[in-house]
Ligand binder design. Structure first.
Ligand SMILES: [Zn+2]
Length: 67
């Protein structure tokens, strides 16, 4: 399944780059975890991919971690 390379930070509205990468021949699957880190506030976001519907890829489902 496809996941975005960048998402908007739910904390500050900045751009979060994806930390988790998969090779082209071993793509993300439902149930995998994907992490992003915001370039502006350094907040980290982790979410578990639940299904292949991109409409379910919603920031409010994510868990943020402060470091
Ligand atoms: Zn941020």
């Amino acid at each position: 399944m496809q996941v975005p390379d960048e998402i908007h930070c739910v904390e500050c509205g900045g751009i979060c780059g994806r930390l988790t990468h998969r090779p082209d021949d071993d793509p993300f699957q439902p149930g995998d975890w994907v992490a992003y880190r915001c370039a502006d506030c350094l907040e980290r976001f982790d979410m578990q991919l639940e299904n292949e519907d991109p409409e379910e890829f919603k920031p409010e489902n994510w868990t943020g971690y402060s470091n």
